[in-house]
Ligand binder design. Structure first.
Ligand code: ZN
Ligand code: ZN
Length: 70
């Protein structure tokens, strides 16, 4: 397997690693050795769902039906 060209993230580094997830060829700086992914994928996996971003303008209105004052 011959890897030539630059890192797909910074385009300047030497692409010496392949991301196991998206397949991007990245340089040492953009490769997360712990996960075997590029830093982009690693960052995504670290914060899978940010609930704040998924809600539009709802804010933190507690529409939950857990308030019972009997
Ligand atoms: Zn890079
Ligand atoms: Zn990736």
């Amino acid at each position: 397997m011959s890897i030539s060209g630059g890192c797909e993230l910074c385009t300047t580094g030497d692409a010496s690693f392949g991301c196991d997830r998206c397949g991007k060829l990245v340089c040492d700086e953009h490769y997360d050795r712990d996960s075997g992914y590029c830093t982009e994928c690693a960052a995504e996996l670290r914060r899978p769902h940010d609930p704040v971003e998924e809600r539009d303008d709802d804010g933190f209105d507690d529409g939950v039906d857990t308030y019972r004052v009997d």
